[in-house]
Design a protein around this ligand. Structure first.
Ligand code: TPP
Length: 629
């Protein structure tokens, strides 16, 4: 690999020289049907699982026969065929994903354990703490492997953490831990083999700190000049390959002649596979293929609503929809803070543990990041997950895995994230800057996420059912102010509604109003005051996919468009709708498109301040102004 890198035939390379015994030892001790989640330095895991070398070379050259169609580099891929789940650059989320995979194994009553890797540097990330904490609380069969190789890029361990051994941290999580000489393949294999057997028998997390050393730079281009020579010499004498070879010779297990034969075979294997990869042509860019590979295909299956209806609140419709999806999908798991006995802070899962049990309705520790990652892990291992954010505001603590792991996974290595994140959101409830946000714009701009935002109980129930059926990650926004104030006749049985279809609530000739969520009710109120107005009111219902055609059709008829959004103006969905209409309906417009949004401030607490902040109070005047243009 070092030669190929110098020849410019592969991109970045993270050498594992000095650490080979860990990857090979752990992968050998595990069963091939068990998942391993390696990091950037674990080539030995991929080779031990017998991935054909030509596919690895293709991956590193960005070719189609690799694992990502040229869309991601180095070890940033997974493969269900080999039960390997690769990392994302942010390192830490990997640990929470392992929790989810292990949880799925437990729920499926498989006697499997899962192994996940981290460097000592990444143990400083919050994800490490969260993932270990969750695994401990839930007794998940995860082997957490820390490769302590002395430096995190150039940062030595004494600038990374304060305790003597990282294994000591296990105690803080109530977790068994061990220190293993990572440069001794026999010690790695025998100890890990025993641990794997024991974890399979009595599921629990175990933390292992492998003491080892990185003989090369963090990645080849960065060098390792910061490493003192005597340290390099000390660890060179402990080289895992050299020492094992010496042992095999001294025990007369391997003769010099056999060694030559084996090495020749390996060189041939490498050369032959390199040739195959070199012969493969480069990937061609095909825009429609790229765009079509962001989401897993999902064919909407319509389940028609029954005629029997009940007049219920928005909050009840969501609860009903969720309950019926739990009945329909036996592999669906709910995760969230206080959602079990307590029923969630909005009582949406009240009574669920009685119906579905604590295994499927899981209280989580306050660990948004690792819980979002764990939801991904559940999906990888064949389950579906719905995560309740206690308040949508707190999604910021789980932002990284959501926008980087779940959103990008299908595009990168065709692994979908069958996850719905429920987002109680919105203002008008005098709850201040951290319990009132409507942060859909953080996600509508991230390719790979669907964003649904119903305004009525009927829509909420049917759209939630579809969001759960959809194998892609969906953010499902539920406006808190609507929970107990909006009622509707809602079919009692299970039904589905398609994502990406706006609904026209009122037909009109003079102006088009486009909005969603609480904005729909603000617009309806305004139109009640302006009965003589002929306005067409469109409720978007879902923002990604966005039903822009319905907006175009209406604007072509009315010639005027006003977009009402609860979020602050800049960078919100109203701006994009405005731009799209200008680009596609310019000739039909009789006035500039108007956006009405909340102030460019955080959401204030006191009622008068909040009323002043919200766009609701400015909508009527803006509507009349545009009509008069
Ligand atoms: C969240 C995040 N911050 C910073 C980086 C940049 N970065 C990549 S690897 C690395 C050092 C990792 O050290 P360690 O976990 O010990 O693994 P090692 O490379 O030593 O095997 C850093 C700082 C990153 N990839 N992700």
């Amino acid at each position: 690999m070092l030669i190929l890198l110098r020849q410019g035939k592969i991109s970045k390379w993270f050498s594992g020289i000095g650490q080979e015994a860990i990857s090979v030892g752990v992968a050998t001790a595990m069963k091939t049907e068990e998942y391993i989640l390696p990091m950037h330095r674990n080539l030995g895991i991929f080779t031990t699982r017998n991935i054909p070398l030509n596919r690895l070379f293709s991956q590193w050259q960005g070719k189609a026969n690799g694992f990502t169609n040229g869309r991601d580099r180095s070890f940033h891929f997974g493969t269900q065929e080999y039960n390997i789940v690769g990392m994302i650059s942010h390192l830490g989320p990997q640990l929470g994903v392992a929790d989810g995979i292990a949880l799925a194994s437990l729920l499926k009553k498989q006697k499997h354990m899962t192994a996940v890797f981290t460097g000592e540097g990444a143990t400083s990330e919050g994800d490490f703490h969260e993932a270990l904490n969750i695994a401990a609380v839930w007794d998940l069969p995860v082997l957490f492997c820390i490769e302590n190789n002395g430096f995190g890029l150039s940062t030595p361990t004494n600038e990374q953490y304060k305790c003597e051994h990282l294994a000591d941290k296990g105690k803080g999580y109530g977790m068994e831990s061990h220190i293993i000489d990572g440069n001794n393949i026999l010690e790695v294999y025998t100890k890990i083999d025993a641990l794997c057997k024991s974890i399979r028998k009595s599921p629990r997390p175990v933390l292992v700190e492998f003491k080892t050393f990185r003989m090369r730079g963090h990645e080849e281009a960065s060098g390792n000049k910061y490493v003192p020579q005597d340290l390099l010499d000390h660890w060179a004498a402990k080289d895992p390959l050299e020492n094992y070879l010496e042992y095999l010779h001294s025990e007369k297990i391997l003769s010099e002649e056999e060694e030559v034969v084996i090495k020749k075979e390996i060189i041939h294997e490498i050369d032959d596979n390199l040739k195959l990869a070199f012969a493969e042509k480069e990937v061609e860019a095909n825009t429609s293929k790229e765009l079509n590979n962001v989401f897993k295909d999902f064919v909407f299956e319509e389940v028609k609503p029954s005629t029997f209806v009940k007049n219920i609140r928005f909050v009840d419709a969501i609860s009903d929809g969720l309950r019926q999806s739990m009945e329909k999908h036996e592999n669906l798991v709910l995760l969230g803070q206080d959602i079990a006995e307590y029923g969630g802070v909005f009582k949406i899962t009240d009574g669920f543990i009685g119906a579905f049990g604590k295994e499927r309705v899981r209280n989580t520790p306050i660990c948004e990041s690792a819980i979002v990652s764990a939801a991904m892990g559940l999906s990888i291992n064949g389950m579906k997950a719905v995560v309740e954010m206690q308040f949508g505001d707190f999604v910021s603590s789980g932002f990284n895995p959501l926008v980087n792991y779940l959103a990008k996974s299908y595009y990168r290595w065709a692994e979908n994230a069958d996850v719905v994140i429920r987002m109680p959101c919105g203002g008008g409830v005098t709850a201040g800057p951290f319990h009132s946000q409507t942060n859909e714009a953080w996600f509508t701009k991230t390719p790979g996420l669907k964003v649904v935002y119903p305004a009525f109980p009927y829509d909420a129930k049917g759209l939630l059912a579809t969001s759960i059926n959809d194998p892609n990650p969906v953010l499902f926004f539920e406006h808190k102010a609507l929970y107990r104030s909006i009622r509707q006749n809602v079919p009692t049985d299970y039904y589905t509604l398609p994502l990406g279809k706006a609904s026209i609530l009122k037909e009109g000739r003079d102006i088009t109003i486009v909005t969603y969520g609480a904005g729909v009710h603000w617009a309806l109120e305004t139109l009640e005051n302006q009965k003589e107005l002929s306005a067409e009111l469109i409720d978007l219902r879902s923002l990604q996919p966005l039903d822009i055609e319905t907006v175009y059709t209406s604007v072509r008829k009315t010639g005027k468009l006003i977009i009402l959004q609860e979020d602050s103006l800049f960078g919100g969905i109203a701006s994009d709708i405005s731009a799209l209409v200008m680009e596609n309906c310019f000739e039909y417009l009789d006035a500039p498109v108007k956006r009405v949004a909340s102030l460019e401030t955080p959401v204030p607490f006191a009622k008068k301040l909040e009323d002043n902040y919200l766009s609701k109070g400015r909508f009527e005047a803006a509507l009349l102004e545009l009509l008069a243009y």
